[in-house]
Design a binder for this molecule. Structure first.
Ligand code: SF4
Ligand code: SF4
Length: 339
């Protein structure tokens, strides 16, 4: 597995990072075994967030006795100074650590949120204060609007940026990764399987590995999953394989959805998941998780075509900053059920 110097932090991080978001869903013993197995086998970047239920506590319980063996990244989705400060202090306690290596301002998708976090008495000020006190080493930012992130990081206030990069969402390659590289920042890609939709799994894991990023966060909940992920990261990606993966990403990413979640549907259609999985579903079929998703969404998907208020002007499409044809894609996906 590749290890690289993480931006200007001086840390050498493993290309495969441990995403701890789903650990709250498994028994504590299993989480403990999985995290320790990952550390034992060379993964040294642990990613969590204050907002991931009790994920921080599980990490604190399971591996805080090995604190010098991993780079610890967490996040706050608060925007005000007071709330962010309180949350960072709580993260330190829950993670059972004296210092967080990377504190990210989490899920910044709107200009208004960015402004709120960066203004006087915003979350960024709390992060800076905790950094001055030695409680936070570096400050990063995460979001789902790559072109906005590219603009925001160009101001030089962040050491790291976290973004989507997977076979169905190659969009960060356009402006964001080049800008982060120019700024000498740590680059972290997330969701290689986009929450369980993208297959073939090995290609899905190797695609972001083929690109100019330091860490790829993959959500893992069992030793078997850690083994599967590690196997995909064992060998570097050669030129021919990179071109093949890039061509596949061009095809699977043609839906153009960034998962910014600006859209919403009054009858509960989960539009981004449908947009992102549409090409994969047509090309490769679905993984069991994707199948389960479509089964749960069936009623909503089938109702879209008949939903009166959207017949003239789809309510969701008005909100999409990329002007995507969501109604058409949702209606097409009804054919998955033989409609
Ligand atoms: S067009 Fe369909 S998916 Fe979009 S808001 Fe209306 S019902 Fe929901
Ligand atoms: S369909 Fe448009 S608004 Fe909805 S998540 Fe995707 S890019 Fe964002």
């Amino acid at each position: 597995m590749r290890y690289s110097t993480f931006g200007q932090t001086g840390f050498k991080v493993s290309a495969l990072g441990f995403g701890a978001m789903n650990l709250p869903g498994v028994p504590l013993e299993q989480a403990r075994e999985t995290l320790n197995y990952a550390l034992d086998h060379g993964i040294n970047y642990i990613d969590t967030a204050a907002g991931y239920r009790n994920s921080e506590e599980i990490i604190g319980e399971s591996i805080s006795h090995r604190r010098d063996e991993y780079f610890l990244a967490t996040k706050t989705n608060k925007r005000s100074y007071a709330e962010a400060k309180e949350e960072i202090e709580r993260s330190l306690v829950r993670l059972k650590t004296d210092v967080i290596d990377l504190l990210q301002i989490h899920y910044v998708n709107y200009v208004s949120e960015y402004k709120a976090a960066m203004q006087n008495e915003g979350a960024y000020e709390a992060a800076l204060e905790m950094q001055a006190k030695g409680k936070v080493r570096h400050i990063g930012i995460t979001g789902h609007r790559p072109e906005l992130l590219a603009k925001w990081i160009s101001k030089g206030q962040f050491a790291q940026v976290l973004f989507h990069l997977n076979l169905a969402q190659p969009f960060s390659l356009d402006e964001l990764i080049p800008m982060a590289t120019k700024m000498g920042m740590g680059k972290v890609a997330m969701k290689p399987l986009s929450g369980g939709f993208i297959q073939p799994v090995e290609k899905a894991l190797r695609y972001p590995y083929s690109q100019n990023v330091d860490v790829i966060i993959s959500g893992m909940i069992s030793v078997d999953e850690v083994k599967q992920n590690l196997a995909a990261f064992e060998l570097e990606v050669g030129d021919a394989e990179r071109v093949e993966l890039e061509n596949l990403a061009t095809e699977l990413g043609s839906h153009n959805c960034r998962r910014c979640n600006y859209c919403s549907c009054p009858i509960g259609v989960t539009i981004p998941d449908i947009m992102i999985s549409s090409q994969i579903r047509n090309t490769f079929g679905l993984l069991p998780k994707g199948d389960g998703f479509y089964e749960r969404q069936k009623g909503n998907i089938m109702s879209c075509a008949d939903y009166e208020p959207c017949k003239e002007r789809p309510l969701c499409e008005e909100k999409c900053p990329y002007h995507l044809p969501m109604r058409k894609v949702v209606m097409e996906s009804a054919s998955y059920f033989g409609a």
